[in-house]
Design a protein around this ligand. Structure first.
Ligand code: F0G
Length: 357
């Protein structure tokens, strides 16, 4: 028995591509809570068990840390002195943190003006070299693939297969905790690495003694950035959920395979629906995720409502990132709930409280 939790590579060492001599670069990622929703199922009047896998509680506040511990561990093992990624924000924060931990350099390409404030602040603090481009994530991704042929840098986007290896452990944790795989697994889909990784994880666990079932995979996109619904890549993706503002998903084939093999589906939701789900989760469950993450709940609630996900189902929604990463959207969401300012005396405080009861 291990005394301390030391990260997902140690926990799932026998299922990951590391050897005894591998120097593991870890920030104790993974082991995130699987929280059963209590109030929302009651409010919608449906007999369903909805769990959220709160990946916003990883060291840099998103699920990216699962993939990054593996990708950076393997980059360092291969002798790499620098890593690079394109990002909508979370990958850049995670890459920067793990590079700092490893003592190597991180370069990140981000779309100028389209990164949530918290993600930018993190990436700066971890001391990555930030290259802002006048373009979107998809253009950044193409540039990163090009430049890696011309400079000694390892790509740590999810096209790096070690990323998916790390990320598949989220499915392991869910099965280990529940004792079975859920009936439905709902995820936001952007570059499509995460849905691919979960499916890999469930398949690896389902084929052994661990659990006998696999979930139906439900991939949800923002309406303005929904290439899987269009059936082809799109040029100018747009959504308030900047994390998934992606038109040319790199893991297209894996994600289609996950959907088809699991008997699942893709769907898309408007910014308004996504923001409503984010607010609902904060307000009624005390769980604050970033907008993109709430797409999973928006989708699940829609599909429960229409009966596509039947009553009696056990559903897991991945909440991919922490709400405090995007304070600007949060403040906009709460524009009507401005704090009152009063004199610093007892009567005024008393009045302020009584007015609200
Ligand atoms: N949710 C959040 C919070 C994300 O940051 C991302 C992707 C996704 C969902 C979608 O996951 O790409 O595996 O389908 N963010 C990447 C980034 C693109 O650069 O941080 P995916």
């Amino acid at each position: 028995m291990q005394k301390h939790y030391t990260g997902l590579i140690e926990r799932y060492r026998d299922r990951l591509p590391v050897s005894k001599s591998t120097r593991v670069i870890s920030l104790c990622e993974g082991n995130t809570p699987l929280i059963q929703l209590q109030n929302i199922p009651r409010m919608i009047g449906k007999d369903v068990d909805i769990y959220v896998k709160f990946e916003g509680l990883n060291p840099t506040g998103s699920f990216k840390d699962r993939g990054m511990t593996m990708a950076v561990t393997k980059a360092v093992e291969a002798g790499s002195q620098a890593i690079i990624c394109a990002s909508t924000g979370n990958t850049s924060a995670s890459a920067a943190a793990y590079a700092a931990r490893a003592g190597i350099k991180a370069f990140v390409l981000i779309p100028e003006g389209k990164i949530a404030l918290g993600k930018l602040a993190q990436t700066l603090m971890y001391n990555a070299t930030i290259i802002q481009i006048n373009g979107n994530f998809d253009q950044g991704m193409e540039l990163v693939k090009e430049v890696a042929n011309h400079a000694p840098v390892s790509i740590v986007n999810s096209i790096n297969p070690f990323r998916l290896e790390g990320q598949k452990t989220a499915a392991f944790e869910i099965v280990d905790e529940l004792g079975f795989a859920p009936d439905y697994h709902c995820l936001p889909v952007g570059n499509a690495g995460n849905i691919s990784a979960y499916w890999k994880g469930y398949k690896e666990y389902a084929t052994e003694r661990v659990c006998g079932n696999r979930p139906v995979m439900c991939g949800y996109q923002a309406a303005g950035a929904a290439p899987f619904l269009a059936g082809h890549k799109i040029d100018n993706p747009e959504t308030v959920a900047t994390a998934i503002r992606i038109g040319n998903p790199q893991s297209w084939d894996f994600a289609i395979a996950a959907q088809q093999e699991s008997g699942g589906w893709f769907d898309k939701f408007t910014d308004q629906q996504i923001l409503a789900a984010q607010k609902m989760l904060s307000q009624f469950e005390g769980i604050f995720c970033e907008p993109a993450s709430a797409t999973s709940l928006a989708g699940a609630l829609n599909d429960i409502g229409t009966g596509k996900i039947p009553e009696g189902s056990k559903i897991v929604c991945t909440l991919t990132g922490n709400g405090i990463k995007d304070p600007e959207i949060a403040m906009q969401q709460c524009a009507d709930a401005k704090p009152v300012t009063i004199e610093a005396d007892l009567d005024a405080v008393k009045r302020a409280i009584l007015d609200c009861l």
